[in-house]
Design a protein around this ligand. Structure first.
Ligand code: COA
Length: 369
């Protein structure tokens, strides 16, 4: 028995900002960005809310729309739990999970948001699996608790709202998007074989962002963007919305991500390989049993270093950073959807999802497809 991933999906904002466009804003070059990060372009949500993107990603994962991967159509009343991982929520109250629940008509679901930075989706998956193991209808601890048999886990971000656009060290790295997965408790088959979640102090504040951020996309009570009809996809529109040139002239905005890239890089390479080791050991497996690793997508060079560290080629990892950049909690579910769409995950395969991020958080999940 186990908690199986039965669907996943992804959604990206319409506006695609290529490296060359960023050279109009800060002193950088396409060549520097590609060689140091593997990133060629990223999506920026000018018209879409995070909830809009999550609805589209979740509909694929639930088997309602084309795209992503889905074993079957899941009815709204079958979902017992929604976990929405983000560091850039559309609203604090109601939660984005609550908005998503309403828009998808998931009327039986309990719903909450979760912040574990870029590890948010892996944390969400681990929490959902633990709740299911304790609270699935036949589980030992089920009585007296919410029965949880199916969950929707989302990672969604609009990092463009907290990106320090005048800072070339960070502004080239981030992008927006949403990914989702549906998990189901199965009495017969295994699914998640092990999980690991961890925090480590970040004593030098190598990666921080203050509590609030400015200028959300205006939206209605259900989190639907009021811009959908009128949006303008030009870089000038992004500039007008995010005030990039004004910030460059006036100095840094306050509520932005700040990062010491090299410290985070070092943490990331070590955390990625350590999390894979611990999760595999807990599952009683070795790398030889694994078909694919789906890592957080912060920088292609981090994945290359980690690949070297664990003695595997880059091809052992699903790498999807080139046209998206780092979209924090959204990266892993979007990358997982890519792996299914590209036919890289087949029934019975053992797959590792592995994340690291601000906090410093890290985590990994090993599952059998
Ligand atoms: N364009 C051109 N030059 C740039 C630049 C850009 N966008 N960003 C930085 N530089 C310059 C620096 O100013 C520095 O110049 P200097 O030597 O004259 O001072 C030089 O490039 C080297 O900078 P450095 O910080 O050593 O580069 P790096 O190879 O470490 O790459 C990062 C920087 C940010 C890409 C890399 O450290 C990284 O990916 N860190 C981890 C980020 C991360 O994972 N964050 C999220 C965690 S979930």
């Amino acid at each position: 028995m186990g908690c199986r991933i039965i669907g996943c999906g992804k959604a990206l904002p319409a506006l695609d900002v290529k490296n060359d466009e960023l050279t109009k804003l800060v002193d950088t070059s396409d060549e520097w960005i590609v060689t140091r990060t593997g990133i060629e372009s990223r999506r920026v949500a000018v018209a879409e809310t995070g909830t809009d993107l999550s609805v589209a990603a979740a509909r694929q994962a639930l088997g309602w729309d084309e795209g992503g991967y889905s074993e079957r159509r899941v009815d709204p009343a079958e979902i017992d739990l929604v976990i929405y991982a983000t560091i850039t929520p559309d609203a604090m109250v109601p939660s984005c999970a609550g908005l998503l629940r309403r828009r998808l008509g998931l009327e039986r679901a309990a719903a909450f948001d979760l912040n574990a930075a870029c590890s948010g989706f892996v944390y969400g998956l681990s929490v959902a699996e633990s709740l299911m193991a304790a609270c699935a209808p036949n589980a030992a601890g089920a009585s007296g608790r919410n029965p949880i048999r199916r969950a929707l886990i989302v990672g969604a971000e609009r990092l463009s709202r907290i990106t320090n656009w005048p800072d070339r060290n960070t502004c080239v790295l981030f992008g927006d998007g949403a990914g989702a997965a549906v998990v189901e408790w199965d009495e017969e088959r295994p699914g998640i074989l092990s999980s690991f979640i961890a925090n480590e102090d970040d004593p030098t504040n190598a990666l921080t962002c203050p509590a609030a951020y400015d200028s959300p996309v205006p939206f209605d009570n259900e989190g639907v963007s009021l811009r959908a009809e009128e949006h303008d996809d030009s870089l000038d529109a992004v500039d007008e919305e995010l005030g990039i040139r004004a910030h460059i002239a006036d100095g840094e905005p306050r509520q932005v991500l700040r990062m010491d890239g090299q410290k985070v890089f070092k943490f990331a390479v070590g955390a990625l390989s350590a999390a894979v080791d611990v999760a595999l050991e807990r599952a009683g497996l070795t790398l030889d049993d694994v078909s694919l690793i789906v890592p957080h997508q912060a920088n292609e060079r981090i994945i290359r270093y980690a690949a070297k560290k664990i003695g595997r080629p880059l091809d052992f990892f699903q790498v999807s950073i080139a046209h998206r950049g780092n979209s924090s909690a959204a990266c892993i579910p979007m990358t997982l959807a890519d792996a299914y769409e590209n036919g890289r995950i087949k029934p019975g395969d053992k797959v590792v999802l592995v994340a690291f991020g601000g906090g410093f958080t890290s985590g990994a999940v090993v599952y059998e497809a």
